[in-house]
Write a protein that binds this ligand. Structure first.
Ligand code: NAD
Length: 627
């Protein structure tokens, strides 16, 4: 006997009538078991067995399988598609289509077999040239459960005969074959002599007259998923297995996150914020996804920058925990927070699959969080979301907010909703890689709280002398900021009285951000907006000169702009105010500051209507002197 040869190539049969789905009128390779399409199970197991050259036989012109697998992060093998001949839409036709397309030994498998153990590892070597090995199940309990229909008679390691009715049968054929080098051409030669309607089993029987068929006994439970009942059986089997594994994992590895800063509004609207250094690096130690969502398909949304820094590692850790997580990578920048991108992602996620227990996980700055939060709020009329913010701004503000949404063509945040996440995970350590400009940009939102809400926080910023990007300092002010924000939105969910503090500086800020073509960051624009609002408060007789000067000094200290860029005309800002959500009944409404740490309000009303003349004057006072 010649030396055994390693198998490096596999063929998956996913063509033919019903895609080997005789009694089921959906596309079988794409039917999901345990939250994953059958064909992905097959490919993953082949990869585990070291087979990285995979050919998939599909019906001519069929792009469904290709589209479903395109960009799937679970697949790292090279995948090539081979069209099955129109004239022979049978399993034998699929095998004949391989003629001249494969060199060396290969594994042939149908796309609808799922086994508890990785059966493909038993075929890593094939015995000799021109030999065909056949996977057989010899344990009666296993093959009765499998739902398979092709019996086999095996003796002394050989398959003597196969078919649907074999009185001497002692095994079940599993749809897995290893072809030794040269076996395909001999098989094709013999099969071509048979009538066109001949079956694969008949061709094998013909082959066996010249070369023996080797039986490879595959132990354990397996399923040939041809009917809904077998599908349900397989699903239940996987769930039992997974829940045993999950139990072991949660006892052994998953520690509960502790010391949350908690938000409680109504029972249905409760979420916790966890602030912990090193959280992202060690996420595998914590119960991030709630147990009831263990089996659901989840989607991780991340931008390209964050993917390289933290996304790949987070994704890997979540997959290693056994969660089904599909990663979606988008371009960084404000333009991603658009209705177009929202719609494209919504369609993509629906096509990839979700259920009511699915969770959208956002990893990134405010842009990613707002986009992902809106997807979670709207898909299936609301699924879970978990935010892992990575900028100062998103850690202290965007991720804590209940406001989710995208920009409209005419301005910021025009399409959106109020929606609470399941939890927010804040890891201050990720700020080490954040550009210094974004550190200042994010601090603008915390300075806003200092100016409008908390004089003690203002004093902390005034007395701090260290570098801006000092993680313990950032952690301290971010925690402080989150507590303030949670306390406010807890009192005022829709942000229309006390929580209007969050809008301080935003009326003008949003206009400036939009008019700068998003060249200015959100925080930078809000900083300029706060300067204008402080000027307006003074013009309205609400605040004194010192309040304005304190704004300017502190924002300069934290390297924030305090002047309206000369390229932005006061008239354009005025026009933009009309598309702000706080413009109604023909008037712009402003949140104004009375003194450092406190907002102006009149009997619970926190916005003032200001005349156009005063607003324009406040903007003009905020240009650089002499411009
Ligand atoms: P961003 O999301 O655009 O991120 C800024 C940049 O930093 C991006 O290029 C990103 O890839 C990169 N980045 C993020 N984290 C990083 C890290 N740890 N290391 C290195 N690079 C990193 O900007 P942002 O300032 O976080 O968010 C701005 C958005 O947030 C705006 O759209 C704003 O409207 C929104 N926002 C929403 C709310 C709300 O209530 N929903 C509140 C405030 C702001």
């Amino acid at each position: 006997m010649k030396k055994a040869m390693a198998v490096r190539t596999a063929v998956i049969l996913a063509g033919g009538p019903g895609k080997r789905l005789e009694c089921f009128d959906t596309i079988k390779p794409l039917i999901k078991v345990g939250g994953k399409p059958l064909i992905v199970w097959t490919i993953e197991r082949l990869q585990e067995a070291g087979i990285l050259d995979i050919k998939i036989v599909v019906n001519p012109g069929d792009t469904l399988v290709q589209r479903a697998l395109l960009g799937d992060a679970r697949i790292h093998a090279t995948v090539e598609y081979i069209d099955q001949p129109i004239t022979r839409p049978t399993m034998l036709g699929s095998v004949l289509a391989l003629e001249g397309k494969i060199q060396g030994p290969f594994l042939l498998t149908v796309c609808d077999v799922l086994s508890a153990r990785n059966t493909y590892t038993l075929f890593q070597k094939v015995g000799s040239r021109e030999m065909i090995s056949i996977g057989v199940s010899m344990e009666q309990a296993a093959y009765t459960l499998s739902g398979a229909t092709i019996f086999a008679q095996c003796q002394k390691g050989r398959v003597l005969q196969m078919g649907a009715h074999i009185p001497e049968a002692n095994a079940m054929e599993m749809g897995i074959y290893a072809f030794g080098e040269g076996a395909l051409s001999l098989f094709v030669k013999k099969a071509k002599r048979l009538p066109p309607q001949a079956s694969f089993e008949e061709a094998l029987a013909c082959y066996a007259k010249q070369m023996p068929l080797v039986a490879v006994a595959c132990p354990g439970t397996w399923f040939d998923i041809n009917t809904p009942s077998v599908l349900i059986r397989a699903e239940l089997f996987l769930q039992q297995g997974d829940s045993r594994a999950a139990k072991k994992q949660s006892v052994k590895r998953l520690a509960r996150l502790s010391a949350p800063i908690s938000f409680r509004f109504q029972k249905l609207l409760a979420f916790d914020v966890f602030v912990k250094r090193g959280l992202l690096k060690n996420i595998g130690r914590y119960e991030v996804i709630p147990p009831e969502s263990y089996y659901a398909p989840h989607h991780l949304i991340v931008d390209k920058n964050i993917d390289a820094l933290y996304g790949k590692s987070l994704h890997k850790q979540l997959l290693a925990l056994g969660y089904h997580v599909n990663k979606i990578v988008v371009d960084p920048g404000e333009w991603t927070k658009s209705a177009d991108v929202y719609l494209r992602l919504a369609q993509q996620i629906l096509a990839d699959g979700i259920d009511k227990k699915s969770i959208i996980i956002s990893l990134g700055g405010g842009v990613i969080k707002d986009l992902a939060g809106f997807l979670a709020a709207t898909l299936y009329r609301g699924i879970g979301s978990i935010h892992i913010p990575t900028t100062v701004l998103s850690q202290c503000d965007a991720a804590i907010a209940l406001k989710q949404g995208v920009n409209g063509e005419g301005g910021k945040n025009l399409i959106g909703s109020f929606y609470a996440p399941l939890k927010v995970l804040v890891d201050p350590d990720v700020l080490t890689t954040l550009d210094a400009r974004y550190v200042s940009d994010g601090l603008a939102e915390i300075l806003k709280q200092a100016f409008a809400q908390d004089a003690k926080l203002y004093q902390t910023f005034v007395s701090y002398r260290g570098p801006l990007k000092h993680i313990p300092f950032l952690e301290k002010v971010i925690r402080w900021s989150i507590r303030l924000k949670i306390a406010s939105i807890q009192k005022d969910y829709y942000e229309d009285h006390v929580a209007l503090v969050y809008q301080y500086g935003h009326e003008i800020g949003h206009a400036i951000e939009f008019l700068s073509g998003y060249q200015l960051g959100h925080g930078e624009s809000v900083a300029i907006g706060m300067r204008v609002s402080a000027e307006l408060s003074r013009l309205m007789g609400i605040a004194d000169d010192a309040v304005v000067q304190k704004h300017i000094d502190l924002m300069k200290k934290y390297r924030l702009p305090v002047e309206v860029p000369v390229s932005i005309r006061a008239e354009d800002v005025m026009n933009m105010l009309k598309s702000n959500k706080k413009f109604h009944s023909g008037e712009a409404h402003f949140v104004l500051v009375k003194a450092i740490g406190s907002l102006w309000n009149q009997r619970g009303r926190y916005t003032a209507t200001c005349s156009d003349v005063l607003v324009k004057k406040a903007i003009q006072l905020s240009y650089a002197p002499g411009s």
